[in-house]
Design a binder for this molecule. Structure first.
Ligand code: CU
Length: 70
């Protein structure tokens, strides 16, 4: 199990966090998603044997949010 922490500054409210959490929960191998609009961050716990970070990142951008590099 692995965790990644993304900067997702486009999150503005609870609707945004719901969208991003729903999009990421649909990715195979993703165990849990915690999006926080106040901090503009999204943390994802995933099974590295099933989910690849690139796939997780593209699911974020596909849901309409940008990922900023740390
Ligand atoms: Cu919003």
């Amino acid at each position: 199990m692995k965790a990644i922490h993304l900067k997702t500054p486009g999150l503005m409210c609870n609707s945004c966090t719901a969208i991003i959490e729903r999009a990421l929960s649909g990715v195979d191998g993703v165990i849990s998603v915690t999006a926080d609009f106040a901090n503009g961050t999204t943390s994802i716990l995933f099974d590295e044997g099933q989910a690849k970070p690139e796939v997780i990142l593209s699911a974020v951008t596909a849901s309409g949010f940008e990922v900023e590099n740390e």
